[in-house]
Design a protein around this ligand. Structure first.
Ligand code: NAI
Length: 350
Protein backbone atom coordinates (compact mmCIF):
# COMPACT_ATOMS: atom_id res chain seq x y z
CA UNK A 1 0.00 0.00 0.00
CA UNK A 2 1.17 3.52 -0.78
CA UNK A 3 2.47 5.41 2.26
CA UNK A 4 -0.32 7.77 3.46
CA UNK A 5 1.96 10.82 3.44
CA UNK A 6 2.68 10.39 -0.27
CA UNK A 7 -1.01 10.39 -1.27
CA UNK A 8 -2.41 13.54 -2.95
CA UNK A 9 -5.01 13.89 -0.19
CA UNK A 10 -2.37 14.04 2.53
CA UNK A 11 -2.40 17.61 3.83
CA UNK A 12 0.16 17.53 6.63
CA UNK A 13 -2.35 15.68 8.76
CA UNK A 14 -1.24 15.65 12.39
CA UNK A 15 -1.82 11.92 12.59
CA UNK A 16 -3.06 8.92 10.66
CA UNK A 17 -3.64 6.14 13.18
CA UNK A 18 -4.18 2.58 12.02
CA UNK A 19 -5.73 0.13 14.46
CA UNK A 20 -5.87 -3.62 13.97
CA UNK A 21 -7.37 -6.04 16.45
CA UNK A 22 -6.74 -9.67 15.58
CA UNK A 23 -9.29 -11.02 18.06
CA UNK A 24 -12.22 -9.21 16.44
CA UNK A 25 -10.86 -8.70 12.91
CA UNK A 26 -11.06 -4.94 13.31
CA UNK A 27 -9.22 -2.63 10.94
CA UNK A 28 -9.91 1.01 11.68
CA UNK A 29 -8.23 4.25 10.72
CA UNK A 30 -8.41 7.56 12.54
CA UNK A 31 -7.33 10.61 10.57
CA UNK A 32 -6.49 13.62 12.73
CA UNK A 33 -6.12 16.55 10.35
CA UNK A 34 -5.79 19.43 12.78
CA UNK A 35 -6.17 20.06 16.51
CA UNK A 36 -5.19 23.73 16.26
CA UNK A 37 -8.65 24.91 17.32
CA UNK A 38 -9.41 22.01 19.67
CA UNK A 39 -9.96 18.23 19.77
CA UNK A 40 -10.42 16.76 16.29
CA UNK A 41 -14.13 16.01 15.99
CA UNK A 42 -15.68 13.97 13.18
CA UNK A 43 -17.76 10.85 12.76
CA UNK A 44 -16.83 7.22 12.31
CA UNK A 45 -17.80 5.76 8.94
CA UNK A 46 -18.41 2.02 8.60
CA UNK A 47 -17.89 1.12 4.98
CA UNK A 48 -16.80 -1.68 2.69
CA UNK A 49 -13.90 -0.24 0.67
CA UNK A 50 -12.61 -1.79 -2.57
CA UNK A 51 -9.00 -1.50 -1.32
CA UNK A 52 -7.34 -0.51 1.99
CA UNK A 53 -5.89 2.54 0.22
CA UNK A 54 -9.42 3.79 -0.54
CA UNK A 55 -10.10 3.69 3.20
CA UNK A 56 -6.96 5.72 3.97
CA UNK A 57 -7.87 8.27 1.29
CA UNK A 58 -11.38 8.59 2.76
CA UNK A 59 -9.95 9.18 6.26
CA UNK A 60 -7.54 11.81 4.91
CA UNK A 61 -10.12 13.61 2.81
CA UNK A 62 -12.96 13.50 5.32
CA UNK A 63 -10.80 14.57 8.28
CA UNK A 64 -9.57 17.63 6.39
CA UNK A 65 -13.19 18.39 5.51
CA UNK A 66 -14.10 18.29 9.20
CA UNK A 67 -11.32 20.76 10.03
CA UNK A 68 -12.83 23.15 7.52
CA UNK A 69 -16.41 22.55 8.64
CA UNK A 70 -15.71 22.95 12.36
CA UNK A 71 -13.57 26.05 11.81
CA UNK A 72 -16.21 27.71 9.62
CA UNK A 73 -18.87 26.93 12.24
CA UNK A 74 -16.79 28.84 14.80
CA UNK A 75 -16.43 25.78 17.02
CA UNK A 76 -13.38 25.36 19.28
CA UNK A 77 -12.82 21.99 17.64
CA UNK A 78 -10.36 20.60 15.13
CA UNK A 79 -11.02 18.11 12.37
CA UNK A 80 -10.80 14.34 12.36
CA UNK A 81 -12.60 11.37 10.90
CA UNK A 82 -12.49 7.64 11.41
CA UNK A 83 -13.29 4.74 9.14
CA UNK A 84 -13.87 1.11 10.08
CA UNK A 85 -13.31 -1.28 7.21
CA UNK A 86 -16.45 -3.38 6.93
CA UNK A 87 -16.22 -7.01 5.93
CA UNK A 88 -17.95 -8.31 2.78
CA UNK A 89 -21.16 -8.91 4.78
CA UNK A 90 -21.12 -5.19 5.75
CA UNK A 91 -22.35 -6.01 9.28
CA UNK A 92 -21.21 -4.26 12.42
CA UNK A 93 -20.17 -6.43 15.38
CA UNK A 94 -20.39 -5.16 18.96
CA UNK A 95 -17.01 -6.66 19.91
CA UNK A 96 -15.38 -4.91 16.95
CA UNK A 97 -17.00 -1.59 17.86
CA UNK A 98 -15.79 -2.03 21.44
CA UNK A 99 -12.23 -2.62 20.21
CA UNK A 100 -12.46 0.47 18.04
CA UNK A 101 -13.81 2.56 20.91
CA UNK A 102 -10.83 1.46 23.05
CA UNK A 103 -8.55 2.55 20.21
CA UNK A 104 -10.23 5.98 20.20
CA UNK A 105 -9.84 6.12 23.97
CA UNK A 106 -6.11 5.42 23.58
CA UNK A 107 -5.75 8.69 21.63
CA UNK A 108 -6.56 10.48 24.88
CA UNK A 109 -9.12 12.89 23.44
CA UNK A 110 -7.17 14.20 20.45
CA UNK A 111 -9.95 12.60 18.37
CA UNK A 112 -13.65 12.74 19.27
CA UNK A 113 -16.05 10.52 17.37
CA UNK A 114 -19.67 10.90 16.29
CA UNK A 115 -22.14 9.03 14.08
CA UNK A 116 -21.57 8.73 10.34
CA UNK A 117 -22.64 6.57 7.40
CA UNK A 118 -23.03 2.88 8.31
CA UNK A 119 -23.41 3.28 12.08
CA UNK A 120 -26.71 3.34 13.94
CA UNK A 121 -27.64 4.98 17.23
CA UNK A 122 -27.33 1.52 18.84
CA UNK A 123 -23.77 1.28 17.51
CA UNK A 124 -23.05 4.71 19.03
CA UNK A 125 -24.32 3.44 22.38
CA UNK A 126 -21.91 0.49 22.11
CA UNK A 127 -19.00 2.81 21.35
CA UNK A 128 -19.97 5.07 24.25
CA UNK A 129 -19.57 2.18 26.69
CA UNK A 130 -15.84 2.11 25.89
CA UNK A 131 -14.80 5.69 25.21
CA UNK A 132 -15.48 9.11 26.68
CA UNK A 133 -14.45 10.80 23.46
CA UNK A 134 -17.78 10.58 21.70
CA UNK A 135 -20.83 12.73 21.05
CA UNK A 136 -24.18 12.48 19.33
CA UNK A 137 -25.11 9.27 21.13
CA UNK A 138 -28.68 8.73 22.32
CA UNK A 139 -29.87 9.84 25.72
CA UNK A 140 -29.46 13.59 25.36
CA UNK A 141 -31.40 15.35 28.10
CA UNK A 142 -34.42 17.33 27.03
CA UNK A 143 -33.50 20.87 26.06
CA UNK A 144 -29.77 20.11 25.99
CA UNK A 145 -27.52 19.95 22.92
CA UNK A 146 -27.26 16.56 21.22
CA UNK A 147 -29.66 13.94 19.92
CA UNK A 148 -31.07 13.91 16.38
CA UNK A 149 -29.03 16.24 14.18
CA UNK A 150 -31.52 16.36 11.31
CA UNK A 151 -33.58 19.29 12.70
CA UNK A 152 -30.56 21.49 13.62
CA UNK A 153 -29.04 20.79 10.21
CA UNK A 154 -32.31 21.78 8.55
CA UNK A 155 -32.44 25.00 10.60
CA UNK A 156 -28.98 25.99 9.35
CA UNK A 157 -29.87 25.19 5.75
CA UNK A 158 -33.10 27.17 6.08
CA UNK A 159 -31.30 30.25 7.45
CA UNK A 160 -28.54 29.92 4.84
CA UNK A 161 -31.09 29.57 2.05
CA UNK A 162 -32.84 32.73 3.24
CA UNK A 163 -29.52 34.60 3.17
CA UNK A 164 -28.92 33.30 -0.36
CA UNK A 165 -32.27 34.45 -1.71
CA UNK A 166 -31.75 37.85 -0.10
CA UNK A 167 -28.43 38.19 -1.87
CA UNK A 168 -29.26 36.65 -5.24
CA UNK A 169 -32.93 37.56 -5.64
CA UNK A 170 -33.34 40.54 -3.33
CA UNK A 171 -36.05 38.67 -1.40
CA UNK A 172 -36.40 39.32 2.31
CA UNK A 173 -38.49 36.24 2.89
CA UNK A 174 -39.28 32.99 1.07
CA UNK A 175 -42.91 33.86 0.27
CA UNK A 176 -43.47 33.05 -3.41
CA UNK A 177 -39.88 31.90 -3.93
CA UNK A 178 -39.75 28.59 -5.82
CA UNK A 179 -37.49 26.02 -4.17
CA UNK A 180 -36.76 22.57 -5.65
CA UNK A 181 -35.69 20.10 -2.95
CA UNK A 182 -33.82 16.93 -3.88
CA UNK A 183 -34.39 14.34 -1.17
CA UNK A 184 -37.11 14.73 1.45
CA UNK A 185 -35.58 12.72 4.29
CA UNK A 186 -34.72 14.01 7.71
CA UNK A 187 -33.19 17.32 6.57
CA UNK A 188 -35.02 17.91 3.27
CA UNK A 189 -38.40 17.10 4.82
CA UNK A 190 -37.87 19.47 7.73
CA UNK A 191 -36.64 22.19 5.35
CA UNK A 192 -39.71 21.73 3.14
CA UNK A 193 -42.02 22.20 6.14
CA UNK A 194 -40.25 25.39 7.21
CA UNK A 195 -40.39 26.84 3.71
CA UNK A 196 -44.01 25.83 3.21
CA UNK A 197 -44.90 27.63 6.44
CA UNK A 198 -43.28 30.75 4.95
CA UNK A 199 -45.38 30.52 1.80
CA UNK A 200 -42.62 29.34 -0.53
CA UNK A 201 -43.57 27.44 -3.68
CA UNK A 202 -42.06 23.94 -3.45
CA UNK A 203 -41.17 21.19 -5.90
CA UNK A 204 -40.04 17.98 -4.23
CA UNK A 205 -38.37 14.77 -5.39
CA UNK A 206 -37.09 11.61 -3.79
CA UNK A 207 -35.85 8.25 -5.08
CA UNK A 208 -38.82 6.91 -3.15
CA UNK A 209 -41.48 8.79 -5.16
CA UNK A 210 -44.27 8.14 -2.64
CA UNK A 211 -42.21 9.94 0.00
CA UNK A 212 -42.10 13.09 -2.15
CA UNK A 213 -45.72 12.71 -3.24
CA UNK A 214 -47.16 12.37 0.24
CA UNK A 215 -45.17 15.34 1.58
CA UNK A 216 -46.17 17.36 -1.49
CA UNK A 217 -49.85 16.53 -0.88
CA UNK A 218 -49.49 17.57 2.77
CA UNK A 219 -47.76 20.87 1.98
CA UNK A 220 -49.61 21.81 -1.22
CA UNK A 221 -46.41 21.31 -3.22
CA UNK A 222 -45.60 19.56 -6.47
CA UNK A 223 -43.67 16.28 -6.76
CA UNK A 224 -41.52 15.43 -9.77
CA UNK A 225 -39.44 12.38 -10.71
CA UNK A 226 -36.03 12.29 -8.98
CA UNK A 227 -34.08 12.66 -12.23
CA UNK A 228 -35.89 15.93 -13.08
CA UNK A 229 -35.42 17.88 -9.86
CA UNK A 230 -32.11 19.68 -10.48
CA UNK A 231 -33.35 21.12 -13.78
CA UNK A 232 -36.71 22.37 -12.49
CA UNK A 233 -37.43 25.99 -13.44
CA UNK A 234 -37.12 27.13 -9.82
CA UNK A 235 -35.33 30.00 -8.07
CA UNK A 236 -33.40 27.72 -5.73
CA UNK A 237 -32.19 24.14 -5.94
CA UNK A 238 -31.60 22.47 -2.58
CA UNK A 239 -29.64 19.20 -2.76
CA UNK A 240 -30.56 17.26 0.39
CA UNK A 241 -29.89 13.70 -0.75
CA UNK A 242 -26.48 12.62 -2.04
CA UNK A 243 -23.07 14.01 -2.83
CA UNK A 244 -21.55 14.72 -6.26
CA UNK A 245 -24.85 15.87 -7.78
CA UNK A 246 -23.41 19.15 -9.10
CA UNK A 247 -21.55 18.13 -12.24
CA UNK A 248 -20.98 19.42 -15.75
CA UNK A 249 -24.34 18.14 -17.02
CA UNK A 250 -26.53 19.12 -14.06
CA UNK A 251 -24.97 22.61 -13.81
CA UNK A 252 -25.44 23.25 -17.54
CA UNK A 253 -29.11 22.24 -17.28
CA UNK A 254 -29.80 24.20 -14.10
CA UNK A 255 -32.30 27.07 -14.26
CA UNK A 256 -32.11 28.08 -10.62
CA UNK A 257 -29.94 31.03 -9.56
CA UNK A 258 -29.16 29.63 -6.13
CA UNK A 259 -27.90 26.27 -4.85
CA UNK A 260 -28.35 25.89 -1.10
CA UNK A 261 -28.74 22.44 0.40
CA UNK A 262 -27.62 20.00 3.07
CA UNK A 263 -25.89 17.22 1.15
CA UNK A 264 -22.19 16.73 1.84
CA UNK A 265 -19.69 17.03 -1.04
CA UNK A 266 -22.20 18.34 -3.56
CA UNK A 267 -19.58 19.25 -6.15
CA UNK A 268 -18.51 16.27 -8.27
CA UNK A 269 -15.14 17.88 -9.07
CA UNK A 270 -13.28 21.09 -8.22
CA UNK A 271 -14.08 22.40 -11.73
CA UNK A 272 -17.77 22.33 -10.88
CA UNK A 273 -17.21 25.16 -8.39
CA UNK A 274 -15.94 27.24 -11.31
CA UNK A 275 -18.84 26.12 -13.52
CA UNK A 276 -21.40 27.40 -10.99
CA UNK A 277 -19.47 30.65 -10.64
CA UNK A 278 -19.22 31.12 -14.41
CA UNK A 279 -22.98 30.65 -14.74
CA UNK A 280 -23.61 33.24 -12.02
CA UNK A 281 -25.30 30.69 -9.75
CA UNK A 282 -24.92 31.62 -6.09
CA UNK A 283 -23.60 28.55 -4.29
CA UNK A 284 -23.75 28.05 -0.53
CA UNK A 285 -20.71 25.84 0.17
CA UNK A 286 -22.09 22.61 1.58
CA UNK A 287 -19.95 22.32 4.67
CA UNK A 288 -20.74 25.89 5.69
CA UNK A 289 -24.52 25.70 5.29
CA UNK A 290 -24.93 22.15 6.68
CA UNK A 291 -22.94 22.71 9.90
CA UNK A 292 -26.04 22.62 12.15
CA UNK A 293 -25.53 18.92 12.86
CA UNK A 294 -21.91 19.22 13.93
CA UNK A 295 -22.74 22.33 15.95
CA UNK A 296 -25.35 20.27 17.79
CA UNK A 297 -23.07 17.34 18.61
CA UNK A 298 -19.98 19.52 19.09
CA UNK A 299 -21.70 21.68 21.69
CA UNK A 300 -22.98 18.50 23.35
CA UNK A 301 -19.38 17.26 23.62
CA UNK A 302 -18.08 20.57 24.93
CA UNK A 303 -20.67 20.29 27.69
CA UNK A 304 -23.24 22.44 29.44
CA UNK A 305 -24.87 23.70 26.25
CA UNK A 306 -28.61 23.92 25.64
CA UNK A 307 -30.51 23.75 22.36
CA UNK A 308 -30.80 27.54 22.66
CA UNK A 309 -26.97 27.69 22.54
CA UNK A 310 -27.03 25.39 19.49
CA UNK A 311 -29.58 27.60 17.74
CA UNK A 312 -27.61 30.75 18.58
CA UNK A 313 -24.51 29.25 16.97
CA UNK A 314 -26.51 28.06 13.94
CA UNK A 315 -27.82 31.61 13.56
CA UNK A 316 -24.22 32.62 12.71
CA UNK A 317 -24.21 30.47 9.55
CA UNK A 318 -25.67 33.22 7.31
CA UNK A 319 -22.93 35.66 8.40
CA UNK A 320 -20.26 33.13 7.47
CA UNK A 321 -21.93 32.58 4.09
CA UNK A 322 -22.05 36.36 3.54
CA UNK A 323 -18.32 36.50 4.22
CA UNK A 324 -17.71 33.79 1.61
CA UNK A 325 -19.98 35.39 -1.00
CA UNK A 326 -18.55 38.87 -0.45
CA UNK A 327 -14.99 37.64 -0.93
CA UNK A 328 -16.07 35.56 -3.92
CA UNK A 329 -17.64 38.64 -5.54
CA UNK A 330 -14.70 40.95 -4.86
CA UNK A 331 -12.12 38.44 -6.08
CA UNK A 332 -14.35 36.98 -8.83
CA UNK A 333 -13.59 33.46 -7.62
CA UNK A 334 -15.84 30.46 -6.94
CA UNK A 335 -17.49 30.47 -3.52
CA UNK A 336 -16.30 26.93 -2.78
CA UNK A 337 -12.68 27.91 -3.30
CA UNK A 338 -13.05 31.03 -1.17
CA UNK A 339 -14.63 28.99 1.64
CA UNK A 340 -11.65 26.61 1.67
CA UNK A 341 -9.28 29.58 1.84
CA UNK A 342 -11.13 31.16 4.75
CA UNK A 343 -11.19 27.81 6.57
CA UNK A 344 -7.44 27.38 6.06
CA UNK A 345 -6.82 30.87 7.41
CA UNK A 346 -8.90 30.01 10.49
CA UNK A 347 -6.85 26.87 11.20
CA UNK A 348 -3.56 28.60 10.54
CA UNK A 349 -2.82 26.83 7.27
CA UNK A 350 -3.25 29.66 4.78
P1 NAI B 1 -31.94 10.97 4.90
O1 NAI B 1 -31.42 9.62 4.56
O2 NAI B 1 -32.89 11.12 6.02
O3 NAI B 1 -32.64 11.60 3.60
C1 NAI B 1 -32.12 11.54 2.32
C2 NAI B 1 -33.28 11.41 1.36
O4 NAI B 1 -32.78 11.51 0.02
C3 NAI B 1 -34.00 10.07 1.45
O5 NAI B 1 -35.40 10.28 1.51
C4 NAI B 1 -33.58 9.36 0.16
O6 NAI B 1 -34.57 8.47 -0.31
C5 NAI B 1 -33.40 10.53 -0.78
N1 NAI B 1 -32.56 10.27 -1.94
C6 NAI B 1 -31.47 9.49 -2.05
N2 NAI B 1 -30.97 9.54 -3.29
C7 NAI B 1 -31.74 10.39 -3.99
C8 NAI B 1 -31.74 10.86 -5.32
N3 NAI B 1 -30.81 10.46 -6.20
N4 NAI B 1 -32.69 11.74 -5.71
C9 NAI B 1 -33.64 12.14 -4.83
N5 NAI B 1 -33.70 11.71 -3.56
C10 NAI B 1 -32.77 10.86 -3.13
O7 NAI B 1 -30.65 11.89 5.10
P2 NAI B 1 -30.58 13.31 5.82
O8 NAI B 1 -30.17 13.13 7.23
O9 NAI B 1 -31.81 14.08 5.51
O10 NAI B 1 -29.34 13.97 5.07
C11 NAI B 1 -29.46 14.48 3.76
C12 NAI B 1 -28.10 14.92 3.27
O11 NAI B 1 -27.56 15.90 4.13
C13 NAI B 1 -27.07 13.80 3.21
O12 NAI B 1 -26.23 14.03 2.11
C14 NAI B 1 -26.28 13.99 4.48
O13 NAI B 1 -24.96 13.52 4.35
C15 NAI B 1 -26.29 15.49 4.62
N6 NAI B 1 -26.13 15.95 5.98
C16 NAI B 1 -26.97 15.52 6.96
C17 NAI B 1 -26.79 15.93 8.26
C18 NAI B 1 -27.70 15.51 9.36
O14 NAI B 1 -27.50 15.96 10.48
N7 NAI B 1 -28.72 14.69 9.12
C19 NAI B 1 -25.68 16.84 8.63
C20 NAI B 1 -24.89 17.30 7.50
C21 NAI B 1 -25.12 16.83 6.24
Amino acid sequence: MTAPWTLPDFDDHEGVHIFRDAATGLTGIVGVHSTTLGPALGGTRFWHYPTPEDAVVDALRLSRGMSYKNAMAGLPLGGGKAVILAGPDRRTRPEQLAAFARAIESLGGRYVTAQDVGLTQDDMATLAEHTRFICGQPGAEKGMAGGDSGPPTALGVYLGLRAAIARALGKDDPRGVHVAIQGVGSVGGNLARRLAADGARLTLADVYPDRAQSLAAELGAEAVPAEAILAVDADVVSPCALGAVLNEGSIAAMKARVVAGAANNQLATAEDAARLHARGILYAPDYVINAGGVINVGLQYLGGNTMADVEARIAQIPARLEQVWAESAVEDRPAAEVADDIARRLIGRA
